[in-house]
Design a protein around this ligand. Sequence first.
Ligand SMILES: [Fe+2]
Ligand SMILES: [Fe+2]
Length: 483
Amino acid sequence: MNMNIMKVDYSTKIPNNVNLSEDRQVLKALEGWHPGYIDWWHDMGPEGFQQSLVYLRTAYSVDPRGWAKFDYVKMPDYRWGILLAPQEEDRKIPFGEHYGEPAWQEVPGEYRAMLRRLIVIQGDTEPASVEQQRHLGKTAPSLYDMRNLFQVNVEEGRHLWAMVYLLQKYFGRDGREEADELLRRRSGDADSPRMLGAFNEKTPDWLSFFMFTYFTDRDGKMQLHSLAQSGFDPLSRTCRFMLTEEAHHMFVGETGITRVVQRTVDAMKAAGVEDPNEIAKVRALGVIDLPTIQKKLNLHYSLSLDLFGSEVSTNAANAFNAGIKGRYHETQIADDHRLANDTYPVLKLVDGEIKRVDEPALTALNMRLRDDYTQDCVKGLLRWNKVISTAGYNFKLALPNVAFHRAIGEFKDVHAAPEGGLIDEATWTRRRDEWLPSTADGDFVASLMTPVTEVGGFASWIAPPKVGIDNKPGDFEYVKIET
Ligand SMILES: [Fe+2]
Ligand SMILES: [Fe+2]
C-alpha cells in the first residue's frame, strides 16, 4: 500500500490524502465552500462550548491499524479533512450489469444523476444529525459523555466534507450547487427541511441521543456499507473510511444505553423494587424506568426503519444493476451478484395480514438491507437484556414488529401493535402512549437532564463507563469548559 495515500497532508488548510494541493480547481471550490461551512457550524453546530477544549480524535492516516490522534481541540479549530481509504489495485465492480469490469475512477455519464442523488442524500444526513443534537451539550450527564457527543458531531461534519468533496470534484457546477444546498437545508425547518424524515425529528434528551446513535447511525452504517461496494471507486473509498469513524458513533449509542439500563437496575435493586413496571417507584429513584426505555427504543427503531425506503423499489434495483449501490457485504455473498432470476421474501400486507411474499430479488434490495439492519440491531438488545437478567429482573427489551409505527413502505397506512397485530385507528389512538414516549414520559426524562460538569462526576440516571476514551480514566478532564 502506498504510504502517501495512507498519510494525511496537514500542511494545507484542508487536511487530505487526495493530493488537493495539486488539484487547484477542486481546492479552490472547497476553499470557497469552507467559510459557509464554518458559518453553518457556528449557527447550527453545538450550542455553547465552542471555546472549550475538547479531547477529540483527529484522523492523521487511513491505516486501520492506527489512524487517530487524540488531543485537546476547540471545536471550530477541528481539522475537517478529505480522507479516502487506500485505492485497491485492479478493483472490479462487484455486482450488477457491469460485474467484473474495472471500477470507475470517473463518473459514468449514464449514471451521473443517480450517483449525484445518492451522494446528496447521504450528505444531507450528516449535518442534519449535528443540528438535531445541538442542544445536548448543555445537559450532558458527564464530561465523558459531552466529549463523545462532540466527537460524533465533528465527525458528522467531516462526513459532510467527504460528500461535498465528491460533489465538487466529480460533478462540476451542479455538484457545487448541491454542496451549497447541503448548508442551506435545516433539520426540522418547515420551508427547507432535511431530506429524510428521521433527520427532521427532535433529539430532545440524552436517552434519545443514545437511541439515535444506536439505531439511526446504524442505518448510516448499512447505507455506507452498500455504497462502499460501489463501482464508482472514489465513493467506495470515501465510504470505507467513514465506516471507521461511524463505528464509534454506534459504540456511544450501545454503551450509552447499557449504562442507562445498568444504573436503573442497580438503583431498583438497592431500593428493593421488584417489579420493573412499578414506574412511579423507579422514577422516584432518579433513574429511567425500563418501560420508558422500551418506548424510546420503539420510537427510534421505527423511525430508522423508514430510512430504508419502500420494501419493493425499482430505484434500488436500478442502482444495483448500474453497479452504483450494492448489498451489505456484497463481496462475501455467494451468488452471481446480478440477481436477474433470484427472489427474496418481502413482508407485505396481504388481505389484512402480514405475510412473506417472494419478490424479484432486485426490487427487494431495500427489504434485504433492512433485514440485515434488524439482525445487526439485535446484538445490542442481547447485551442490554443480559444486564437486566444478571440483576435478577424478569424484563426483556425487544424490537417492535416492522409494521409498528411506520410512515414509509408497506405498513404506512395501517396501525400495528409492537407485537405485530394489526389494530384499528381507535385502538391505536387509545394505546399509543403505552408504546411510544408520551408527553409525560418526555417531561420525566427531561427532568433528569441536569448537567454534570465536575471532573469524574456522572448524573444520577447513568452508570460511569467501564473504560474511558483513549485509555483515560473516568475522572479524566475530557472537556475543559470555557464559559
Ligand atoms: Fe456520518
Ligand atoms: Fe454517525
